[in-house]
Design a protein around this ligand. Structure first.
Ligand code: BTN
Length: 326
């Protein structure tokens, strides 16, 4: 979505803090007819915004829907590229699938696909991802960095660091931690999953599709029973519901900043930030890979995002992909 006349109108109502705005003034300032203004207000009403007519003074905005609102998003963003093109859906199978299509169509760096609901959300290792309606942030960002295919796993760690630091900047009642490689946990329970997919040629990345799923406004009984002991949401931990659009904007701000720094300066500082927020390093872990189970102390991540585990016999093993129990 590009910034449209409707977004501009919405922006003015949001900035007016509940004060009325005259339709005529809006029409004059935006150089469109009053009918055009009225039509945009009708569209906003269909999207769940409610306006009241104030005699002789115009309209005032009285209700903002609980949606990840695209007009608001554009206002909150400080980025130059990420989130400047947004494809917003009420419901899709998976934002990753839409992203693959858009990559084929040449979508630019930073294009975001975001949905209120996914009917077939997917997680790592072909698992399902529970994406309940209107409660979480379900989005994919298309990134086109100038990096080689073997660097792609590092980008997952860039994303984890961006999400965790966006959360730390916004929420004070809990401390999120990264669980290797890319889960974000609060008090040991999962609040965020990251899925990175790649479209590449032999020596060049065409695009990374970074899928981020964040549990935001669920209450415990919104989660299926099987997840209740291992999942949580920001609202549960913070103690109040969250306006998702602020978190989306923050994640995109941090992600653009860290991605640019990573492409320019390499992985070193991301590794430091990752270790700073890690709940894995220094802990005893059990890693179940496709081939074996490795137990020991998680001692570091390498430049390639590989987790190093020191086993009881002193031998250090590098883990590329596994389920980790802490
Ligand atoms: C995991 O922890 O297994 C990764 C979960 C990733 C979920 C997100 S939600 C938005 C995007 N669309 C998907 O279908 N999956 C990712």
């Amino acid at each position: 979505m590009h910034f449209t006349m409707k977004d501009e109108i919405l922006k003015r109502f949001l900035n007016a803090n509940g004060e009325p705005i005259s339709g005529q003034v809006l029409a004059d300032e935006l150089q469109v007819s009053r009918t055009a203004i009225w039509k945009h207000l009708q569209t906003l009403k269909q999207e769940g915004y409610e306006f009241e007519t104030v005699k002789k003074r115009g309209y005032k905005l009285v209700t903002v829907p609980d949606k990840v609102d695209m007009g608001q998003l554009q206002q909150f963003l400080k980025t130059t590229r990420y989130g400047r093109q947004v494809h917003y859906f009420e419901s899709v199978e998976s934002t990753q699938l839409v992203a693959h299509e858009l990559v084929r169509e040449g979508a630019p760096d930073g294009t975001v696909i975001i949905a209120e609901h996914q009917t077939a959300g997917r997680g790592r290792m072909m698992r399902e991802w529970e994406s309940s309606e209107g409660k979480g942030i379900w989005m994919t960002i298309i990134i086109r960095p100038e990096i080689a295919p073997h660097q792609a796993p590092q980008f997952t760690l860039v994303t984890a660091v961006a999400v965790v630091n966006a959360m730390k900047a916004m929420f004070k009642n809990f401390t999120p931690e990264i669980k290797w490689p890319n889960d974000i946990l609060i008090k040991g329970k999962k609040t965020t999953g990251i899925l990175t997919e790649m479209v590449a040629e032999a020596d060049r990345i065409q695009a990374l599709l970074i899928g981020i799923g964040i549990n935001v406004n669920q209450q415990m009984d919104d989660f299926p029973e099987a997840l209740q002991s291992i999942a949580t949401s920001i609202a549960i931990e913070e103690g109040e519901p969250i306006e998702r659009v602020h978190l989306v904007a923050n994640v995109l701000d941090f992600l653009e900043h860290y991605s640019d720094m990573y492409v320019k300066n390499g992985f070193g500082f991301i590794k430091t930030l990752w270790e700073e927020s890690s709940g894995t390093i220094g802990k005893r872990v059990k890693a179940t890979t496709l081939r074996e189970v490795v137990e020991g102390e998680a001692i570091s991540i390498t430049e390639n995002g590989v987790l190093e585990i020191r086993q009881a016999n002193g031998e250090v093993k590098g883990i590329y992909s596994a389920d980790i129990e802490i």
